[in-house]
Write a protein that binds this ligand. Sequence first.
Ligand SMILES: C[S@@+](CC[C@H](N)C(=O)[O-])C[C@H]1O[C@@H](n2cnc3c(N)ncnc32)[C@H](O)[C@@H]1O
Length: 267
Amino acid sequence: MSAPGLVSLVGAGPGDPDLLTRRAAQRLAEADLVLYDALVSPATLALATRAQRFYVGKRCKNHAMAQETIHRLMVRAARRGCRVVRLKGGDPFVFGRGAEEALALQAAGVPFEVVPGVSSALAAPALAGIPVTHRGVAAAFTVVSGHDAATWQPIVDALRPGSSTLVVLMGLGSRAAIAAALQARGWAASTPCAVLLGASTPEAATWTGTLDRLGEAPIPEGAADAPGTLVVGEVVAVGDRLSGRTPSEEPAAVTAAGAARRHSWQR
Ligand SMILES: C[S@@+](CC[C@H](N)C(=O)[O-])C[C@H]1O[C@@H](n2cnc3c(N)ncnc32)[C@H](O)[C@@H]1O
């Protein structure tokens, strides 16, 4: 290969290839090597028609490859003149270790670029009709990782009740703890909440309810592995209105089909 190599840190968006940027699609089409993460959809990968593709992802505690090995692979391929796409779900700089990889490439003197993607922090709410800001309702939104209480707890504790929409990535497993922490901070039990699973994928499912019920929001059968985003704030009620989900004071009655009411799953 004669042209100098390049590593593109590419955001794949929430899953549906229609939500890729044009630049992301172009880099995939031109790539020699694609190193992809867990939440990248097969349909998106299929756009890399001429590339060798390697899964290097991590989900929960399952790491396909050590971070340093990923760095070495990218550096070695780029030095051989390859066009490398490092493909990450959503945006590469949102909870994706994209900047760590950029720093490693910079330290190795390898040319790289960042191709932003549509983060699930925005796409999952938007696809469920939920605006993260809305005039007179929410003037800010806060995005946290629910992976580790040591990181989300101080942020939740600092948020005045209702002062910001709260979006939680990697928070399905800690939804009860987050709901309890918010209520302890003074957020009303009736604050609208959403759990958004597999946004933009055929498995997409939406639950909306209230903060006091968030911890109990059951995950539908077959969706245990789906990625999920939580949204807490009055904007969820705006989403219910926009999407025709009818609020109900009834407790959760979950069906696969999802009756059209609050506290239920909808597909
Ligand atoms: C490691 S973080 C990476 C976030 C990614 N960089 C982004 O900007 O979307 C993975 C988390 O993103 C969220 N997520 C990713 N894809 C999603 C989807 N299609 N629907 C809902 N949430 C999603 C989930 O909270 C998942 O646990």
